[in-house]
Design a protein around this ligand. Structure first.
Ligand code: SAH
Ligand code: SF4
Ligand code: F3S
Length: 495
């Protein structure tokens, strides 16, 4: 039997309860750039002969955080494993964006009870966005005593110290700061790929869309210094990386908080990165409100800036957008969309859409459908609205019946599929540039990669092509992928 840790928790010492209310505040405190990451001497070899496993849910920000945690653990000599039975430490990096994402994590931790009974020295840690919610922390404290360690998104750099406490005390260690957030610059990183890399350019979000939990779990918008980002990108270029993705929840707000720089924004940053010898540069996620003309102009210069824009719209109806707190109208979005399209004619566009927001009428939903038709998106992530406790929308009456939400989602998805197929059909017989990422998920003898416009391409070729940019002639366009033939002698630089 695992002893009840709950009864033994010394709250004063370990338990710093998170608070969504505190996390909501924006006190305009200055952002501190911290360089004080360190590993206590007695922890430097603690992982020798031991293995770690990190499970990652959620968005690219979490994937990038996982690479930092992996880097920290490897500095303590832990080695990676994918086998749960082999692991001495398992970290679950969670996402709080929708209820079903959370439920999956709870189910998963529940099943880990048996593992912990069989291997009591195993350390199980919960981190990521769910750890920032007090309801989650309370639930774990009360029901999931197999968990040894809970830490928040602002506490990642403290992993060595927290792990030390978890290893040498029998109590559940909880450290979650509900603060606006700092930037920690000197963290190690074990990047997952050798030719594709995430580059955080900013953290947090100040948009407070009424349905969204992210501003609470990730703190305020804070930008990394351009010189730090550029030197990271230069280093990646030197190491032979082929593609980088600049990351942030609202990358178009980049630079707003860098008061000493004169209106330095994402356009300026990308204009500098454009000159670095890395073949592909992507960025995500864009917010329509802050997408400015300078960025459009820079994107129009092409070069290594890929022609794919992810521009979440959420709804095609201005009244719904208003109660979502998005800060733009349908007309503004469409105007922006067409201006980007004009500047970058071959760009592909993807979006995010929520259906069944409180009070959404059939007519308002039809506005979303008509906007999707007008934009002819290449793809869309579509979601049924999920109330997140602590957010303003969760206090609105959720008056759209579930059957209606599901039916709207189905109709929307059918339209998205139809448009994706049409957009892919245009690639028939074209020669496109593909970054070869690995074997296809469905068939190991087939290689797979993405075009600059972010389309999946499958083709037969030697494994030695993995990590290279090749030219592929498209022979069959499917709804969500393209099949093609490897062109040994590239003909043209395609799209
Ligand atoms: N920063 C990005 C989105 C991050 S979350 C942006 O502003 O576009 C990714 C997507 O999840 C969102 O675009 C939205 O479509 C969806 N989402 C966020 N909160 C949600 C909720 N409470 N219910 C359903 N979908 C949600
Ligand atoms: Fe959430 Fe809105 Fe911020 Fe995106 S911009 S992370 S949807 S609050
Ligand atoms: Fe999820 Fe947190 Fe990302 S809530 S979507 S993992 S920022």
């Amino acid at each position: 039997m695992v002893e009840s840790k709950f009864s033994k928790v010394d709250f004063s010492k370990y338990f710093q309860p998170p608070s969504l209310k505190d996390a909501r505040r924006r006190r305009r405190e200055p952002v501190h750039i911290i360089n004080d990451f360190s590993i206590p001497d007695e922890m430097k070899t603690i992982g020798r002969g031991k293995k770690y496993l990190i499970e990652t849910y959620g968005c690219q920000m979490n994937e990038a955080d996982t690479e930092v945690m992996a880097g920290i653990l490897e500095k303590m000599e832990y080695q990676e494993t994918e086998d749960t039975d082999q692991a001495d430490i398992i970290l679950i990096n969670t996402c709080a964006i929708r209820e079903n994402a959370e439920n999956r994590v709870f189910g998963h931790i529940g099943r880990m009870k048996q593992l912990k009974l069989e291997k009591p020295e195993l350390i199980i840690g919960l981190c990521g966005c769910m750890a920032q919610e007090e309801t989650v922390v309370n639930k774990v404290l009360q029901t999931y005593q197999q968990v040894d360690l809970i830490f928040g998104t602002h506490n990642i750099h403290r992993l060595p110290q927290l792990l030390q406490e978890a290893l040498f005390s029998k109590e559940m260690v909880v450290e979650v700061w509900s603060k606006e957030g700092d930037i920690v610059e000197n963290l190690p990183m074990a990047r997952h790929g050798h030719f594709q890399a995430w580059v955080n350019i900013m953290f947090g979000c100040d948009k407070f869309c009424t349905y969204c939990i992210v501003p609470y779990t990730r703190g305020k918008e804070r930008s990394r210094r351009p010189e730090e980002i550029i030197s990271e990108v230069r280093e990646l270029a030197r190491l032979g990386y082929k593609e980088i993705t600049l990351l942030g929840q609202n990358v178009n707000a980049y630079g707003k908080d860098l008061k000493d720089l004169d209106q330095y924004g994402l356009g300026n940053l990308m204009d500098e990165i454009r000159k670095i010898g890395i073949p592909r540069v992507r960025f995500t996620t864009s917010h329509p409100k802050d997408f400015d003309d300078h960025l459009i102009e820079v994107l129009g210069k092409g070069g290594n800036l890929c022609e794919h824009i992810h521009l979440p719209v959420q709804s095609g109806n201005s009244d719904i957008l208003k109660i979502m707190g998005r800060g733009y109208t349908r007309e503004h979005y469409l105007d922006l969309f067409h201006r980007i399209k004009k500047a970058v004619p071959h760009a592909s566009f993807t979006t995010d859409i929520i259906v069944g927001f409180p009070n959404e009428t059939e007519e308002q939903f039809e506005d979303t459908m008509s906007l999707v038709r007008e934009c002819r998106f290449d793809g869309a992530y579509t979601f049924i609205y999920s109330p997140r406790s602590g957010t303003p929308a969760a206090r609105m009456t959720d008056n759209v019946p579930m059957e209606v939400k599901k039916e709207r989602l189905q109709r929307l998805n059918a339209l998205v599929d139809e448009l994706a197929a049409k957009s892919n059909a245009k690639y028939q017989n074209q020669v496109v540039e593909v970054l070869v990422e690995g074997e296809s998920r469905k068939n190991a003898s087939v290689l797979s990669g993405h075009t600059r416009t972010n389309k999946v391409v499958n083709f037969v070729g030697p494994e030695t092509l993995i990590g290279q940019l090749v030219h592929i002639k498209i022979t069959e366009a499917k709804m969500w992928s393209l099949d093609g033939e490897w062109q040994r002698e590239p003909e043209v630089a395609g799209r």
